[in-house]
Write a protein that binds this ligand. Structure first.
Ligand SMILES: [Fe+2]
Length: 171
């Protein structure tokens, strides 16, 4: 089983979350999906299955989106920074449930065919007792969010996620 130290080293931005209970919850969510899916490492897991051999891994994409969102939120100064950081770090946490590894290749899991990562990630956040606003950001960061009124932090994460995804598609 993966350790909390591994999660915190992999995602150093967890240390930027001021609310320590929230920071612990973010690390726990990653640990939970890794343990649940039997993932021993996050190395080499692609951030999307919609692009053939994307350059970025799930960890690199998650950190890039989080760091871009932090930069914008700093400039604006009217957003909840803990929500921005935790939302960035967890927006794709459900991907480990959406994915499976078959013969060394990462593919869509049977579970993932039923529930995409915004839904499973939001469900996990609620299960762990994380704030509803954080579950909202996870649920609404992708096209699933088009049916709800996104809070400002969710608007930010939605755009930062798509900036990274759309640029990756051009490569
Ligand atoms: Fe993403």
């Amino acid at each position: 089983m993966v350790t909390m130290e591994y999660i915190k080293e992999t995602f150093p931005e967890i240390g930027l979350i001021e609310n320590k209970e929230l920071a612990e919850g973010v690390a726990t969510a990653w640990k939970r999906v890794m343990d649940q899916g039997g993932w021993e490492t996050l190395d080499g897991i692609p951030f999307t299955l919609l692009i053939d051999n994307p350059e970025a891994t799930l960890v690199q994409h998650t950190r890039m989106v989080t760091k871009m969102a932090i930069a914008v939120a700093k400039e604006r100064n009217d957003l909840d920074m803990d929500l921005v950081v935790s939302g960035g770090l967890l927006h794709d946490v459900g991907k480990l449930l959406e994915y499976d590894r078959v013969d060394g290749k990462v593919v869509k899991s049977e579970f993932g065919k039923l529930l995409r990562h915004p839904v499973s990630g939001a469900g996990l956040a609620l299960e762990l007792g994380l704030p509803a606003k954080l579950a909202h950001i996870i649920a609404a960061h992708s096209k699933e969010g088009e049916m709800v009124k996104r809070i400002p932090e969710a608007i930010l994460l939605n755009h930062c996620d798509f900036i990274d995804f759309e640029i990756a598609k051009t490569k």
